[in-house]
Design a protein around this ligand. Sequence first.
Ligand code: SF4
Ligand code: SF4
Length: 125
Amino acid sequence: MKVDKDKPWTWLKYRKGLCDTCVASCCMMPVEVHLEDLLRLGLITQDEADSGGKRVFKRLKKEGVVTSYREGTGLFMLTQRPNGDCYFLNPKTRQCTIYERRPGVCRKFPAEQGPKLGNCPYVSK
Ligand code: SF4
Ligand code: SF4
């Protein structure tokens, strides 16, 4: 069966080293982040974080980093490129440009977070 990132039942079992040969298809899925992720990324200051998500959203949307904010959950949606790539993905190397400071959800995927735990939409480079 062909792997489709939008169809988790087609995903493969994740194993260490798999990312080395993957096009980074999981980095083409929508990514939601918290204020603490934006802080760690150095995109906002502690003062801005304290001023609330709405104000942070206004500025980061203007700068093209995020596209939406849900006040109820406090989650910001990172911008995706027209082809679906995450804002922080290097389109040539297919590697994360902020890997050491990447959002919590990216750290937890696919073992602790995702629609099919332990599985991912691997597609060979
Ligand atoms: S889809 Fe799987 S193999 Fe590919 S980069 Fe993401 S976690 Fe790694
Ligand atoms: S922040 Fe990095 S690891 Fe997370 S989806 Fe974007 S490119 Fe991938």
